[in-house]
Write a protein of this length. Structure first.
Length: 120
């Protein structure tokens, strides 16, 4: 009976260990501001590949302007989103809000701007 409990405990422990490893923030390591802008652009592109479930049937076509900045502690925040399509802006907001991006504090107060053309 004890062997059976250990048999079930090991996979459960590995599962929790794997989940805790995914909880860490993503640190973007870049050598300069251009590399950081490219890496951040890749992260934005990857997260916007799928739609937010709430807007699965609405028209999300259009363009959105995104502004991101690095805080003094290294956290990357998205402080500006602008789009004429309110559904698209809300969809992009919630997708970017799900990201937990960090970089080195050396890039504090750096502003990055992106223009995303979203086709439905």
């Amino acid at each position: 009976m004890r062997t059976l409990k250990i048999f079930y405990a090991v996979p459960l422990f590995l599962f929790f260990f794997a989940m805790s490893a995914n909880a860490d923030p993503t640190r973007l390591a870049a050598g300069n501001e251009t590399e950081l802008k490219d890496q951040l652009g890749d992260e934005i592109r990857d997260v916007l590949q799928s739609r937010f479930l709430k807007y699965d049937s609405d028209d999300l076509g259009g363009e959105v302007l995104i502004e991101a900045t690095v805080q003094p502690d290294g956290k990357i925040i998205f402080k500006g989103l602008d789009s004429s399509n309110e559904h698209l802006r809300t969809n992009v907001f919630w997708k970017l809000y799900s990201l937990n991006l960090w970089t080195y504090p050396d890039y504090a107060n750096t502003l990055f701007r992106y223009k995303v053309v979203y086709t439905d």
